[in-house]
Write a protein that binds this ligand. Structure first.
Ligand SMILES: [Zn+2]
Length: 415
């Protein structure tokens, strides 16, 4: 058996434990441990406590004693990304900033369709390579679990290519990649039939493959004027539910409607919500659906943020994800984006950190990560500061110096 490993001491360790899944949080609800240590058994946490006490309690353990002042946080969970893609949309970005709208660019042949064309041109191994590269960049910033959507293939064959690429990328990075099928991203321009026929074809031909090839258990759809309608998606989601898939929705980005569908189908999460009004906010808050804010898309598009403060005050569960994608959210820096959302929406440290840890994990139905306590995965990051408040105060500029994933050190800035 492998030796137990003790890491520490940490000036501050935030286990993110004892906090509710839903509703507003204040910083005095945060548990902050001082001079703490983490005892690791294999991939999991065996015990958290005083470093000195753990050191004397166990003999014959491997000790990694830290020099200097560090703060330890759970590994971040990015519950919404599109990091498997081909090409670049730098031109879209320039056009948008020159005054064209997202929908105008989409109608003129740019937007998502441009990425679909580039992604279809790419080989599976090129897609895998790009996904691994982006995942590893994320990992260095403390993101140890990353959701990755398909949705740039938009045919049975091309969606499968993407999902195989994501599966292969998962085997080639230390981060955990959680795949989602987003074949219902937009109606592909080259599809000869109606939206209804397209969705029928996907659910009949692709859904069984997702199961038999063990590619994903998650089905997503973009509900928007430029994509699929709330009524049009109903039978698609019904079929997905019947087959046992978890549902997630791109909802209320430019117009409302999607969040209602998310609640109706008991989705794990409704993501975006920039256009949600008090009606949608209250509906989501009363439900078990996690509201996922995507500040990277707001920053990329120069548009309003998700009403995160209102969602929390209404009693909702708020996750924060990067939406990293080549079009609307090219930055892909979760910590920076979450701190910016916090500043604009007046979120407490506790609310921002919850959104990128256990509340994000919950949006992915993962109960083995997001907090630091016995039995959880040993996923955590070290920041070079004695005070946890410095992390969000630095607005993403203070990055982790060390990252642990499943009990192993996967990044060390000092080396
Ligand atoms: Zn998205």
């Amino acid at each position: 058996m492998k030796k137990l490993k003790l890491i520490g001491p940490f000036k501050n360790l935030l286990p993110m434990t004892g906090l509710p899944l839903k509703g507003a949080l204040s910083d005095n609800q945060l548990v902050v441990l001082h001079d703490a240590g983490i005892l690791i058994a294999g991939e999991h946490i065996k015990e958290i406590g005083s470093f000195q006490e753990l050191k004397s309690k166990f003999s014959d353990i491997e000790i990694q004693e830290l020099q200097g002042d560090h703060t330890c946080l759970p590994g971040f969970v990015d519950a919404h990304t599109h990091i498997c893609f081909g090409g670049s949309r730098a031109n879209d970005y320039a056009l948008r900033n020159a005054g064209k709208t997202y929908l105008e660019i989409a109608k003129a042949g740019g937007g998502i369709w441009d990425t679909v064309t580039q992604t279809r041109k790419a080989s599976k191994s090129e897609l895998t390579k790009g996904t691994v590269k982006r995942a590893n960049r994320h990992l260095k910033t403390g993101v140890t679990t990353i959701e990755v959507k398909s949705g740039y293939g938009l045919s049975v064959e091309e969606e499968l290519k993407m999902l195989y690429a994501i599966k292969e990328a998962n085997a080639s990075t230390s981060a955990d990649l959680i795949a989602t099928c987003l074949a219902a991203h937009i109606l592909p321009k080259d599809y000869p039939g109606s939206a209804e026929q397209y969705l029928e074809e996907i659910s009949t031909m692709l859904f069984p493959k997702l199961k038999s090839e063990n590619l994903t258990n998650r089905v997503d759809a973009f509900i928007e004027e430029s994509a699929f309608s709330a009524t049009g998606i109903a039978s698609y989601f019904k079929k997905a539910k019947t087959m046992g898939f978890d549902i997630t929705v791109h909802a209320d980005q430019f117009s409302t409607g999607g969040s209602k569908v998310a609640v109706k189908f008991n989705a794990l999460s409704a993501d975006h919500l920039e256009a949600s009004t008090q009606i949608e906010i209250d509906l989501l808050a009363k439900s078990d659906v996690i509201a996922t804010a995507l500040p990277g898309a707001s920053i990329g598009l120069g548009s309003a943020f998700t009403p995160a403060r209102k969602l929390l005050d209404a009693g909702g569960a708020l996750a924060i994800a990067s939406d990293h994608n080549p079009g609307s959210a090219p930055m892909g820096d979760l910590l920076t984006q979450a701190t910016i959302l916090g500043a604009f929406e007046k979120l407490s440290n506790a609310e921002v950190l919850a959104g990128i840890t256990f509340r994000g994990a919950s949006a992915l139905k993962l109960s083995d990560r997001g907090t630091l306590e016995e039995g959880m995965l040993a996923d955590f990051s070290l920041f070079h500061t004695p005070n946890y408040q410095e992390i969000l105060y630095n607005q993403g500029n203070l990055k982790p110096c060390v990252v642990f994933k499943r009990g192993e050190k996967v990044f060390d800035k000092h080396k």
